[in-house]
Design a protein around this ligand. Sequence first.
Ligand code: ATP
Length: 203
Amino acid sequence: MYLKCENISFGYKKNSLVLDNVSLSLRSGEVLGLVGDSGSGKSTLCKILAGYENKYQGKVSLDGKEIPSKGYNPVQLIFQHPEKAVNPKWKMKDILNEGHNVPQEILDSFGIKKGWLNRWPNELSGGELQRFALARALGSETKFLIADEITTMLDAITQAQIWNTVLEIVKERNIGVLVVSHEKNLIKKLCHDVVYLKDVNRV
Ligand SMILES: Nc1ncnc2c1ncn2[C@@H]1O[C@H](COP(=O)(O)OP(=O)(O)OP(=O)(O)O)[C@@H](O)[C@H]1O
């Protein structure tokens, strides 16, 4: 299976492009790094790939077909700040099982403790919340994971624990992963290949 974007051009403002004719292809089971200067449009491209932004030119496809806009999205996006992706008025157990029931074995592999399920999001650390975000995103229908700086705010040990778990799961399930990071060592350690996004506004 392939997740592809072809000739993507996009700007938030008229006459000002953030992405100019960008193409990228990610196959099942591949761990691909996406690097580039700050502001070059990496997060914007992630949003386009996961269907969060629709007003672009070009084509995004999953095995040559358009990604369905309704129902479970097989392309799941995880952000740097998990607290922004959760409803602060919901308990973690409700956030976790909003779209589908997350299997106990996924909770165990991310080290999610039973007691955390009854807490509010603001009663968890960034690392704990990110484990929830990943467990939720790795539903059985997930085919691709877009990881936008997901461990940037975490200490080295937590970062390693989280990535080890993610890599184990994606390998087992043949999920393709796009890893956005500024950390060269992390990219080198995790990724089979790397693409560089050029800043269109830099000469
Ligand atoms: N919602 C938005 N509205 C207007 N401009 C935006 C919006 N989001 C991002 N931008 C602008 O688009 C450009 C690309 O931003 P984006 O976050 O995609 O870059 P990035 O490569 O992920 O950067 P970083 O590495 O710093 O996270 C930046 O100039 C940014 O200011």
